[in-house]
Structure formats: C-alpha cells, structure tokens
Design a binder for this molecule. Structure first.
Ligand code: PLP
Length: 482
C-alpha cells in the first residue's frame, strides 16, 4: 500500500483524456531538441494519483489533527478565518510592481493594512516604529543587530561584544556572530535566570548589545530584567528582546516599557500563520526612537492629501533586507488575528498559554524531575536524568513512546543546559481534555520506565518506521528511490 508512484505505474494507463485536436500539429521541432527515448514517468490513472496523495497526506502529522506540544516552537491551532481573508483576491492577487510602477493609488487598501499592523505592533510591544519586511525570526534578529551596529558606528562607539545568556535561543548567538560580534555567553544561576553577578562582570564599554530571549528557553521570565536593562544602558549597550514567543506576555507586558530597544516577533508563531515545514514566515522588527533612522526602507506614511505612501528612506537606513514587503499574506493573517481578538482577547491568549503550561508542570512534577522550583511561562521543562540513571530510559525513549498515542513528541535535548531535557509547550489553544490525556500518557511512560524499561526498545509500534539508526540517518542519509 505504501509503494511509490513508480511502483504503481502500469504501462499504457492514462491520467487524463485530451480530446483530439482540431488544429494542425505545430511544425516539427529541431531533431536535436527531441528526446531519443520517452521520459521515465509513471503511468497512472487520475484516481490512482488522487488516492496516492490523499493516503500520503493522511500520514502527515499536523496540528489540525493532533496535539503538538513542541517547546520553543508554538505549534498552535490557528483559526481558519485568517486563511480565508488571506486568500481573498484583493490581497492574494496583489502585484508588488503596483508600487514600484507608480500605481500607488491602486494599492491604498494594502498600504493601510501595513500601516495598521505597524501601529498595532508598536502598541503591543511599546516600541516607536516597526518594519514588517523580515521573513523569519532569525532574519529579524539579523536586521536588529545590524541596526545596533549602525547605531554604534554613527556614535563612534568602539564595540566588539554581544552578551547572550546560555538560556537564549540558539539563533541569538548565531546572529551576533554573523554580524561580526564576538559573543560572550553568560551562564544561568541555579534558579534558571541569567546569573546577575556574572552578567555584571561580563559588562563593559565594549559591549554593543545584550540579547535576551524572553521568556528564556527554560520557559522562565527573569524578574531582574529591568535591572539588566539599566545596567546595559549605563554602558550605552542596547537591549535586544527576542520576542518569538510573544504569546507568553501578549497584552500583559510591553518590552519597550521595561527598557528594551529592539524586538523581533514571530508572526508565524504567535500571530496566526501556521508554521513548520519551512513555510513562509514574518519576523517584524520594532525599535525605539534612537534606532528609527536605521530602519530598512519602505516605511508607510499617511497624509490627507496623498493618502498612503512610502517615506523617502532616511539617509542612515541600513538599506533593503527583503524584496518588496516581505511576506505580505503572513502580515495580513496577523492583522486579522489581532483585529478579531482585540485587546482583551490578546490578554486572554497569554493568560491561557501560561495557565496551560503551569497546569502541566503541576501535574507532572511529582512524577518526573522539574529542574526549577518556580512557576513557568508558556512552556515547562522537565529532566529525564534520574530515569536515565536509574532505569536506562532516556528523554528520547519517552518521546518515542508518545508517538503511539497520537501525540507529537515534546522538544527533547533542548535547552542544552538541562540534562535529558523534555520541553513542553501546550499553547493557549488546547483544552483541558487534551492536556489531561497528554499528561496521563506521560505518567504512563514514566511508570513503565520504572517497571519495565526494556519495553521502550519497541516504541513506536504503530508507525511505518520504528527506531531508525539516528546516527546513520543523520550522517549518511539516502532518500533516493531506486
Ligand atoms: C523560533 C524562534 C526563533 C527563530 O525563528 P525562525 O522564524 O525560525 O527564524 C528565534 N528565537 C526564538 C526564541 C524562537 O522560539
């Protein structure tokens, strides 16, 4: 049943019937342009093809079908109304050259959506201006750090370092390094927050920025964050807020109010674009006034006389970082999401996200080690270290067990600073029945680990592939059909 289209092929079987032509054939093509033999394409009926792909699509694991508690990823349910609106012809069929060809009067509605989204994002984050063009979280980070570099260069500051706590997302140090800064990693204290004394020691006049993932990848909110901002500013270092997981604080706290200077958001995590599989994203970047002049070009403005138009770029702009406007239809989805939820709805999002994660933390912490004795934000982290030591059952074994019960595995072995970590993000969109079911399966796995650890060698039992050789799969991957 799982054979490929090539294996299903049957000589002479047709997919479609094309009516006999009533016009003469085109003159023969040049001999040397013709194939000497037929392309080796599978020959199948339309029905064969439809069944084949429908069957494959049913094998997909997706958020529309099952619970997906992958930490640091926000795999949540996104209401379908965003998809409907994003697919409206007036949005989906826009051509970016309407703008470059001086036909801006034809796209006033589109520009107004961009401006409204910019304004909403400023209001949500407490920033003074936004650019919508970056196409992913990491892309936004790169832009943010490039603007920080431009700021210091203009002031004649001699800066070499970017400070990154060891609990930040991996893209943070990678970004700083790509933009040619040396990275100083500051370790976490026993409570999971960046060690304040170690931070003070690392701080100097040569530090350009401090990049913080908030909440950090342990799902914790650092209560000393205001103090960290003040210390950094006293050295004229800028504060970067990685806001990819904004659903933890949405409507409750504004990073601009605490003292952050730059923020990126992942619209494809918090604001209703489904993600995974490398689909289109958007990582808008917000800045405070002192960085506004460095924003990429294409800032939308409005006045009564001209309507919506693009500002002439500031002379200090760092230039273009995306063709046209980034992923416009992702931006539209985010705007629709915000408008349908409103202020109260967005507060509700973060309250539910945090409540759900804490519910899991409370339900599981008597069964498996929770390394930090505090409330969490939108995700919680456990450690299978003891299970591994005492019973030889590792985080990966628990993850494989869950697959048999219609559950996606949580994130395992990340964050790196927790041994045998299992990181769970239920998100705001799951109800208590689903979360209880998941917790029960986790508890079942833990009990089984204690009573019969050998059993784990067999999980998953119900999937097409059970336990591949992970090293071989990574090092010598062969996905060619023969
Ligand atoms: C997902 C994520 C990123 C990276 O976003 P991409 O869109 O995948 O580039 C950065 N930081 C944090 C905290 C994230 O969760």
């Amino acid at each position: 049943m799982s054979s490929t289209l090539f294996e299903k092929s049957h000589k002479g079987r047709d997919g479609i019937n094309i009516p006999k032509q009533s016009v003469p054939d085109a003159p023969n093509l040049d001999e040397n342009l013709l194939r000497s033999e037929k392309a080796e394409l599978p020959e199948l009926s339309e029905f064969d093809v439809v069944r084949h792909f429908t069957r494959l699509s049913n094998k997909n694991f997706s958020i529309d079908a099952n619970f997906y508690p992958l930490g640091s990823c926000t795999m949540k349910y996104n209401p379908k109304i965003q998809e409907r609106v994003g697919a409206l012809a007036g949005f989906a069929n826009l051509h970016p050259h309407h703008i470059t060809n001086n036909q801006i009067h034809l796209v006033q509605g589109a520009l107004s959506t961009l401006k409204t989204l910019e304004n909403n994002l400023c209001e949500i984050t407490g920033m003074d201006a936004f650019t919508l063009t970056p196409q992913a979280g990491a892309h936004g980070e790169m832009l943010g750090v490039m603007m920080i570099g431009a700021y210091h260069k203009k002031k004649g500051n001699n800066k070499r370092y970017v400070i990154v706590p060891d609990s930040s997302h991996g893209t943070n140090p990678a970004t700083a390094a790509m933009v040619d800064y040396d990275v100083i990693t500051v370790k976490s204290g026993p409570n999971g927050d960046m060690d304040l004394e170690a931070f003070k020691e690392a701080m100097s006049d040569e530090v350009a920025a401090v990049m913080m993932t908030v909440p950090n990848t342990l799902g914790l909110f650092n209560p000393q964050i205001k103090e960290i901002c003040d210390i950094a500013h006293s050295y004229d270092a800028l504060m970067y807020y990685d806001g990819a997981n904004m659903n933890a604080i949405l409507g409750v706290l504004r990073p601009g109010d605490i003292g952050f200077d730059v923020i990126h958001l992942n619209l494809h995590k918090t604001f209703a674009t489904p993600h995974g599989g490398g689909g289109p994203g958007a990582g808008p970047v917000g800045v405070v006034k002192k960085l506004q002049e460095f924003l990429p070009d294409l800032q939308v403005s409005f006045n009564k006389k001209d309507g919506y138009f693009f500002n002439k770029p500031h002379e200090n702009t760092i230039g273009k970082i995306s063709p046209f406007f980034g992923n416009y239809l992702v931006l539209i989805r985010a705007l629709v999401y915000m408008q349908t939820l409103g202020r109260e709805g967005m507060i509700n999002v973060s309250q539910k996200a945090v409540l759900n994660a804490n519910y899991i933390l409370a339900k599981l912490k008597d069964h498996i080690k929770a390394p930090f004795d505090s409330l969490c934000m939108h995700e919680c982290v456990f450690s299978a270290e003891d299970l591994a030591k005492e019973h030889g059952v590792r985080a990966m074994d628990i993850a494989k067990y869950l697959l048999d019960f219609g559950l996606h595995a949580p994130t395992v072995y990340f964050p790196l600073i927790v041994k045998e970590s299992i990181m769970i993000e239920p998100t705001e969109t799951e109800n208590i029945d689903t979360i209880d079911y998941f917790c029960q399966k986790m508890i079942d796995a833990i009990e089984l680990a204690k009573s019969n650890p050998e059993a784990f060698k067999e999980f998953p039992k119900t999937l097409p592939i059970s336990r591949p050789d992970e090293t071989k799969a990574a090092r010598s991957l062969n996905i060619r059909w023969q």
